[in-house]
Ligand binder design. Sequence first.
Ligand SMILES: Cc1cc2nc3c(=O)[nH]c(=O)nc-3n(C[C@H](O)[C@H](O)[C@H](O)COP(=O)(O)OP(=O)(O)OC[C@H]3O[C@@H](n4cnc5c(N)ncnc54)[C@H](O)[C@@H]3O)c2cc1C
Length: 376
Amino acid sequence: MDARVVVLGAGFGGLELSTILSEELGDAANVTLIDKGDAFVFGYSKLDVLFGRATLDAVRLPYREVVKPGVRLLRETVAAIDPDARRVTTDAGVHEADVLVVALGADYDYAATPGLSVDHEFYSVAGAAGLATAVRSFAEGHALIGVCGAPFKCPPAPSECALLLHDELTRRGVRDACRISFSIPLPSPVPPSPETSAALVEAFAERDIELLTGRRVVALDPARKVARYDDGGELAYDLFLGVPKHRAPDVVIASGMTEEGYIPVDPGTLATRFPGVYAVGDVTTAGVPKAGVFAEGAARVAARGILAELRGDDPPAPYDGVGTCYIEFGGDRIGAVTVDFRSGPRPTGVFGVPSPELRAEKERFGSDRRARWFGR
Ligand SMILES: Cc1cc2nc3c(=O)[nH]c(=O)nc-3n(C[C@H](O)[C@H](O)[C@H](O)COP(=O)(O)OP(=O)(O)OC[C@H]3O[C@@H](n4cnc5c(N)ncnc54)[C@H](O)[C@@H]3O)c2cc1C
C-alpha cells in the first residue's frame, strides 16, 4: 500500500487501529505510530497501583514489545499538527501523512483547579504511584474523593476508588477511625444507567460512604486541607484523592481541530472535518464516554473506514457506541455496566450484578489486549 498512515498516540485507540491495519495489510500497511511514552498502562491499573495491589513495573506494558508487520512505533513527542496538510512535527522531525489519525487521549488541566497538583490525583500513573504511600499510611480522619470536572475518563472509576478505599481501611482495622466521602458533579454515579447508580448508592450506604452529587471541586487549599466547591461550600479533608479536570492535549488545541475543548467527529465514521483526518478516543467529542473500550470501538470503525477507502470498498457499518465497563464493588466483587449511546434518543445502560463470571471477563479483557497488542 503506498498510502502513509500516521497514527498519533499509542493508547487504546491508536494500538487497536494500528493492529487492525497490520492484520489486514501485513508488511504493506505503512503505519507510523507515534507516542511520547515508553509504555502503555491500562486505566484500571492505576487503581491497582493506588491500593498497592500491583507495582508500577508490573502494570507497565513496554512499547518495544509491540512488533507488528507494517507498523513502525516511534517514541517521539508531537509538537505540531497541521490537519490541512496532514503534516505532523515532532521533537525528532516531520511526518507527512496520506491518512492521519489523532488518538492523543485527554490530558489533565491542573491549572483549572487552583491548588490541585499531581500530588492530589490518582488519574495519572505518577499521581496514583505518589498517592499510594499516603493511602498506605492513612489511619484516621477524613478521606475525600473529589471530581474536579466532567466529562472525565471512566465514569465509574471514582466510585471504585471509594469502595476500594473502604476495603483497604477495613483490612488494616482502621475503618472506624476514618470517614470516607465521595463528591461528583454528576447527578448520580453512572447517569446513563439508573440501575448501576442505584447499586453503587446502596454499596456506599452499606459501607457508610457519604455521597455528594451535583458538586464539583473548584479549588484546593492544601495548606488548610480544604476543598472548595462550585456552590461556595467547603469541605475539610485529611486525604484528598482527586480526579482532575480533563482537556485535549495542548498540541491538539493549537492545531485548530477542537471545538469546546475536543475534536468534533462524525460519530458514525470518526472522520473529522479535515479530509483524510480521523480522530478516535478521549480526544474527541463522539457522543460516547471517555473510556478505553469506547476508544477501541471507535478505532475499529475508523480502521475499517481507512481500509475501505484504500481498497475502494463500501464504507463499514457506522460506530454503534456500545461498550461495557467493569466496576470494582470491593470485596473482590466485580460488576459491569453496558451502555448503548447511539441506537436510541438517549443512552441506555444495563447493569451486570457482580459475579465470578464478570470477574473472569475483566481478567480476559486485560489478557486479550496484552496478547493482541503486546504479544504477551
Ligand atoms: C483510574 C482509571 C480507570 C479506568 N478504568 C477503565 C476501565 O475499566 N475500562 C475502560 O475502558 N477505560 C478505563 N479508563 C479510561 C481509559 O484509560 C481511557 O479512556 C483510554 O485510555 C482512552 O484511550 P485513548 O486511546 O483515547 O487515549 P490514551 O489511552 O490516553 O492514549 C493517548 C496516548 O497519546 C500519547 N500522547 C499524548 N500527547 C502526546 C504528544 N504530544 N506526543 C506523543 N504522544 C502523546 C500518550 O502518551 C498516550 O499514550 C480508566 C481511566 C482511569 C484514569
